[in-house]
Design a protein around this ligand. Structure first.
Ligand code: HEM
Length: 174
């Protein structure tokens, strides 16, 4: 009889402990998750919140982006035939759409694939995506200042890889 009661009490204690752990897991931000190439809800939140810091300075951000890109790789300058102001505006608009669709990337997948294919026509090579990623991170760093924390940066690195990989896969199959 005593053992029976003890067994039930231990059982109940274990159940409570497990419920508590589960609750903590739910309330803590899911900063890291099992698939390192996927974004957690918390990381999407970080990206979308930090992007709000770029929106008011988007013209300057676009200018900074091209300046940094051409500094990192002067050879890509010749690929840009149109007006950079106009091009910058299109870039920021596209990034805005993608950032707002991060919780459902499938929604913009076809658009990214088509854009990736158009980039072949512009003379863009797969390796250029690395440089563009670096230029984008540099703009975010300058634009956000202290708000560009390590965790914000890590989230943006993953987001950019997801976007670039979708474009590259459609364009070059890699
Ligand atoms: C996440 C990656 C990228 C995004 C979101 C992006 C976005 C865009 C957008 C929205 C356009 C306007 C035309 C269109 O929609 O087809 C464009 C054009 C262009 N992009 Fe990208 N792009 C990316 C990567 C790259 C890379 C890696 C390069 C290599 C340097 C590049 C070079 C160009 C060029 C040369 C044009 C045409 C500009 C012109 O006609 O003057 N882009 N890009």
């Amino acid at each position: 009889m005593m053992y029976g009661i003890l067994f039930v009490v231990i059982g109940l204690a274990c159940l409570l402990l497990m419920q508590n752990i589960q609750k903590q897991k739910q309330t803590q931000p899911q900063y890291r998750q099992e698939d390192p190439s996927a974004l957690s809800a918390y990381q999407i939140q970080l990206i979308q919140a930090s992007w709000q810091g770029i929106i008011p300075i988007k013209e300057q951000a676009a200018k900074l982006f091209y300046a940094r890109l051409f500094e990192l790789d002067p050879s890509v300058k010749k690929l840009f035939k149109g007006k950079l102001d106009y091009q910058g505006d299109k870039l920021m608009t596209t990034l805005n759409v993608v950032v707002n669709s991060l919780d459902n990337l499938e929604q913009v997948e076809t658009m990214l694939q088509a854009m990736g294919k158009r980039h072949i026509i512009y003379g863009v090579e797969a390796a250029h995506f690395e440089t563009v990623g670096a230029a984008l991170l540099s703009v975010l760093e300058q634009g956000l200042g202290d708000n560009f924390t390590e965790e914000v940066k890590e989230a943006w690195v993953i987001a950019y890889s997801l976007i670039a990989d979708t474009m590259k896969q459609a364009a070059y199959g890699s």
